[in-house]
Ligand binder design. Structure first.
Ligand SMILES: NC(=O)c1ccc[n+]([C@@H]2O[C@H](COP(=O)([O-])OP(=O)(O)OC[C@H]3O[C@@H](n4cnc5c(N)ncnc54)[C@H](OP(=O)(O)O)[C@@H]3O)[C@@H](O)[C@H]2O)c1
Length: 282
């Protein structure tokens, strides 16, 4: 199997390449310098040259708050860029794996969202762009996976865990919201699942995060506990931390569909965190 991975300089793309290599597959990783996904001609040229069996599309505009002020750029990358890739996948009859987000939902209630729930109501520009990217994939291809993830952390790039470790060490005090509930996703674990998906033909929309639920506050408490940092940590409500983009309070996502189609659930988020902390310097 030959795979083309977009966003290879980001958190997820980096780990997908590692898993492909470990399993003996040929992976071609690209980022914006090699293939700007908003440039349809470049996408056609690069994908036409590589001729992948599967495209794992991890590149995206991921700055959630900045997206509120950069609507056009965000949509160009997340919607038009995704469509450019889907069209080439169609041309080559390649599989496509598109990474999406819990932000496609409105975050109301306390029930876990099902992957095929028809009610999409993104609360912010980034979420709307990722949902419109999903539609671009669905409307172009049959051989696709849409995989919604949340609260991502990985070795290669900035993320919440690294930020909280820095804040804890530098300030010794932190306040974190406890009214948004979800599940962290460790890119090294997710990458294994994505390559499992690439190997098979159980197409459709899935949710994939590490197992278990927590608030951002509970996540932070565990980060400091596992890292052995003595930090004065307190919970607060989202109202105390006004951000540019609205965020969902209910990011619970059902992963039952994974098992129904023979895929393995990811390990618990606490277990993922402990393995992650062994890989990074802090
Ligand atoms: N991070 C999260 O918490 C989260 C949550 C839910 C879903 N997701 C989704 O998960 C996927 C992977 O996220 P991640 O955290 O690994 O992202 P990331 O670390 O931000 O990496 C994304 C990569 O895409 C590149 N990129 C941006 N614009 C591009 C363009 N026009 N052409 C080609 N490449 C471009 C970025 O380059 P630059 O850095 O140079 O811009 C970056 O290397 C994304 O689809 C994201 O929407 C992420």
């Amino acid at each position: 199997m030959k795979a083309l991975v977009t966003g290879v300089k980001g958190q997820l793309g980096y780990d997908v390449m590692k898993v492909l290599e470990a399993r003996g597959y040929e992976g071609v990783g690209v980022d914006v310098e090699d293939m700007d996904i908003t440039d349809e001609a470049a996408v056609r040229r690069v994908i036409g040259e590589v001729k992948p069996d599967v495209i794992v599309h991890c590149a995206a505009y991921t700055a959630v708050d900045a997206a509120e002020d950069n609507v056009e750029l965000c949509r160009k990358i997340n919607v038009d860029g995704t469509l450019n890739i889907a069209k080439q996948a169609k041309e080559l009859d390649a599989k496509m794996i598109y990474i999406s987000t819990d932000y496609v939902f409105n975050g109301q209630g306390e029930e876990p969202w099902e992957p095929d729930d028809p009610n999409k109501e993104p609360l912010n520009v980034y979420g709307q762009s990722k949902y419109d990217g999903e539609l671009a994939v669905i409307n172009t291809l049959d051989k696709y996976y849409i995989v919604r993830i949340s609260w991502v952390f990985g070795e290669n790039g900035k993320n919440f865990v690294k930020t909280m470790l820095r804040v804890g060490k530098e300030k010794g005090v932190a306040k974190v919201v406890d009214d948004q509930i979800g599940s962290p996703t460790y890119t090294a674990d997710l990458a294994e699942l994505l390559v499992d998906m690439a190997e098979r033909e159980e197409y459709g929309t899935y949710h994939a995060t590490n197992e278990g639920l927590c608030s951002w506050y509970e996540f932070t408490k565990e980060i400091y506990k596992q890292a052995g940092l003595d930090v004065d940590l307190s919970p607060c409500s989202s109202d105390e931390f006004p951000a540019k983009a609205n965020r969902p309070s209910n990011s619970r996502m059902s992963k039952d569909k994974l098992e129904k189609h023979g895929f393995k659930r990811l390990p618990s988020w606490q277990d993922a965190l402990s393995r992650f902390l062994k890989c990074i310097e802090y």
